[in-house]
Write a protein that binds this ligand. Structure first.
Ligand SMILES: NC(=O)c1ccc[n+]([C@@H]2O[C@H](COP(=O)([O-])OP(=O)(O)OC[C@H]3O[C@@H](n4cnc5c(N)ncnc54)[C@H](O)[C@@H]3O)[C@@H](O)[C@H]2O)c1
Ligand SMILES: O=P(O)(O)OC[C@@H](O)[C@@H](O)[C@H](O)[C@H](O)CO
Length: 495
C-alpha cells in the first residue's frame, strides 16, 4: 500500500490524527468488497468504520472493482492510501447535520483483472468472513462464461464462484471456512439470486458436487434491502470545500444522514457483524418483503408521483416540489390518506417511517433531479403506485383521488413527439422535456397521441388502449371498475 503521505495531499493533519489514534486499515481483513462505487463507500464502509470506532468489529476491507472499465477508481484509491472523505449532510429530527470524516477501512484496493492471483490469494485468508457487493442490477446477472485457469473472470457471479472454489480447495472443504455473502444490489431476493448464479457457474464449469454442497450448506447468501441517498462527488462545491479543508480528495463522497439496512438473517449474526450494537439503523428480519413494500410504496411511489406531476408543472427537483406548500400538501395527503392505509404495518411505525421520508425529501443538500427519477416511469408506476390503487379500491370500493390524478399525469407525461435524437413531452406551460423509456413503450405512446391529435382516436379510447396494453400491465386494467372514467375526468382537464 502507498505511504500515507504519497500522492494526493488528502493526507496531512487529518490523517496524521487518524494514524495517531487508530487505523481501521491495520485490522485483519474480514471483508472482501466487490464494487468500489459511491453507494458502498457511503453506506457499508461507513458502517464498518462506525463499528470499528467503537471497537465492535476490528476488521478491515479489501475493495475490488467488479468490471474492467471501472479501473480509475481503484487506482485513485491506492493513490490516496485507500482513504477517502465522506460528508454526511442533511436534516435529522429537524436539526441540520453536517459531518465530515475520513474513512479508514480499506486495507487494500485490488484490480482483479490485473491482479487475479492476488485476488484469489485472498480466498485463502483465515480471517475473511464476509463478501459485500453492489454492482448495480446489471452486475448481478448471469452470463455463460468460460473459465480458463489463471485468467480473470469478467462477471461478478463468475468471479465469486472462482473465489469460493479456491477457498474450498485451500481449506479442504472445512465447514467452518464458509463465508457470508451480503449483496446490496437493489433486486428482490438478491442473496438467493447470487447463490443460484454461483451454483449455475459451478455446474457449467464441472466443479465437484462436494463443492456445491459446501456452497449450499456452509455459506450464507443473505437477502437484504438497502436505503440511503448517496450523492457522490459534489462537482459544484468540491474546489470550495478543498480550499476550506486544505486538502484535495478525488474520492470525496456525500450522503444523507438517513440510513437503513434490512437483512434477512438470524439476529445471532450480530455477534459477527455488530451493526445494531454500534447504533446503526439495521434490522435482522425473518421476512424482508414488508420492508421492501414499505420503501417502494412510500419512498419510491412518492418519487414517481413527484416526477410526473412535478415535471409537467415545470419543476426540476424533489427539493422544489417539497418546498412549495401546495405540492407538498398534495404529497403528504396522498401518503397519509391513500398509501399508508393500504399497508399492513403498525400505524405508528409506518407514520414514523413516512415522516423520515418527508424529512429526507426536504434535505437542502440533495439535488435529486425529477428527470432522473422519471426514467422508465410506466414500469415504475406499475410497481410503485398501481398496487396501492388496487389495494385502496379493494378496501374502500372506491378509487383514491390523488393517485388517479397521478395516473392521468402518467398518460399526459407520455403525450410525446418523436424528434431526431429522442422523444419529447410538453409541460403544462408548453416547455418541452425529454422522456426516456424503452423504444417499444415510446413508439406506442407517440403513435396513440398522434392519432388523438388527428382526431382518429378519442381520449376515452386512448385511455382504454393504454390500460389494456399487456406491454405495460400484467392484466387488463379496464377491468377495474371506474378506473378509465376517473382517469378520463382528470386527463381531460390536463390536456
Ligand atoms: N446512490 C444511491 O443513493 C443508492 C441508494 C440505494 C441503492 N443504490 C443502488 O446502488 C447501485 C450503485 O449506485 P452507486 O451510486 O454506487 O453508483 P456508482 O456509479 O458510483 O457505482 C456503480 C458500481 O457498480 C459497478 N457496475 C456498474 N455496472 C456494472 C456491471 N454491468 N457489472 C458489474 N458492475 C457494474 C461499478 O463498477 C461500480 O462499482 C445503483 O444500482 C442504485 O440503484 C444507490
Ligand atoms: O434508482 P431508480 O431510478 O430505480 O429510482 C430513483 C429513486 O426512486 C431511487 O434512487 C431512490 O432514491 C433510492 O431507492 C433510495 O434508497
Amino acid at each position: 500500500m502507498n505511504n500515507i503521505h504519497s500522492s494526493s495531499n488528502l493526507l496531512n493533519e487529518q490523517t496524521e490524527t487518524i494514524k495517531r489514534n487508530y487505523r481501521g486499515q491495520d485490522y485483519p481483513v474480514k471483508v472482501l468488497q466487490i464494487g468500489e462505487g459511491n453507494f458502498l463507500r457511503g453506506f457499508f464502509d461507513w458502517m464498518i468504520h462506525e463499528c470499528n470506532k467503537q471497537g465492535n468489529f476490528q476488521g478491515s476491507i479489501v475493495v475490488t472493482q467488479p468490471r474492467p472499465s471501472g479501473k480509475g477508481m481503484i487506482e485513485k484509491l491506492a493513490n490516496q492510501d485507500c482513504l477517502y472523505t465522506l460528508m454526511i449532510r442533511g436534516l435529522q429530527n429537524g436539526a441540520k447535520i453536517e459531518h465530515k470524516e475520513i474513512i479508514p477501512v480499506f486495507a487494500g484496493a485490488l484490480n482483479p483483472y490485473e491482479e487475479w492471483k492476488e485476488f484469489l490469494a485472498l480466498a485463502c485468508s483465515p480471517t475473511l468472513e464476509f463478501i459485500v457487493s453492489n454492482t448495480t442490477e446489471a452486475g448481478l446477472s448471469y452470463q455463460t462464461l468460460p473459465w480458463k485457469d489463471g485468467e480473470p473472470i469478467e462477471s461478478f457471479p463468475g468471479k465469486l464462484t472462482a473465489f469460493l472454489y479456491r477457498r474450498y480447495v485451500h481449506f479442504n472443504g472445512d465447514p467452518k471456512k464458509g463465508l457470508i455473502m451480503l449483496p446490496c444490489e437493489l433486486l428482490e431476493k438478491n442473496g438467493d439470486i447470487l447463490k443460484r448464479y454461483v451454483l449455475q457457474h459451478s455446474k457449467d464449469w464441472g466443479l465437484p458436487l462436494t463443492f456445491m454442497e459446501w456452497v449450499e450448506r456452509d455459506n450464507l447468501f443473505l437477502n437484504s434491502l438497502v436505503d440511503r441517498i448517496v450523492t457522490g462527488f459534489p462537482e459544484k462545491e468540491a474546489e470550495c470545500l478543498f480550499s476550506k479543508w486544505g486538502y484535495r480528495d478525488l474520492l470525496l463522497n456525500t450522503a444523507e444522514p438517513y440510513h437503513f439496512w434490512a437483512i434477512e438473517g438470524n439476529p445471532e449474526l450480530e455477534k459477527k457483524l455488530p451493526l445494531r450494537k454500534s447504533g446503526l439503523n439495521v434490522q435482522w428480519v425473518k421476512d424482508l418483503a414488508p420492508y421492501q413494500i414499505r420503501k417502494v410504496r412510500i419512498l419510491n411511489g412518492s418519487h414517481t408521483l413527484m416526477a410526473l406531476l412535478g415535471i409537467l408543472s415545470g419543476m426540476d427537483t424533489v427539493g422544489e416540489w417539497v418546498s412549495q406548500s401546495e405540492s407538498n400538501q398534495f404529497l403528504r395527503e396522498t401518503v397519509d390518506n391513500e398509501i399508508i392505509p393500504t399497508l399492513a404495518f403498525d400505524r405508528k411505525e409506518i407514520m414514523e417511517y413516512a415522516e423520515s421520508v418527508f424529512e429526507r425529501f426536504m434535505n437542502p443538500f440533495v439535488q435529486h433531479r425529477l428527470a432522473d427519477i422519471s426514467l422508465n416511469s410506466i414500469s415504475k408506476f406499475k410497481v410503485r403506485l398501481l398496487p396501492t390503487i388496487e389495494s385502496y379500491y379493494e378496501k374502500n370500493q372506491k378509487l383514491p383521488d390523488n393517485l388517479i390524478r397521478a395516473f392521468a399525469a402518467l398518460i399526459r407525461f407520455y403525450q410525446i413527439e418523436k424528434m431526431e435524437d429522442g422523444y419529447i413531452g410538453f409541460q403544462f406551460n408548453g416547455d418541452s422535456y425529454v422522456v426516456k423509456d424503452h423504444e417499444q413503450v415510446l413508439s406506442f405512446m407517440c403513435e396513440r397521441w398522434s392519432q388523438f391529435k388527428k382526431n382518429e382516436l378519442s381520449l376515452q379510447n386512448l385511455i382504454k388502449q393504454f390500460l389494456g396494453n399487456d406491454l405495460f400491465w400484467d392484466k387488463d386494467l379496464n377491468q377495474i371498475d371506474g378506473l378509465s372514467s376517473s382517469i378520463y375526468e382528470e386527463l381531460k382537464e390536463m390536456i
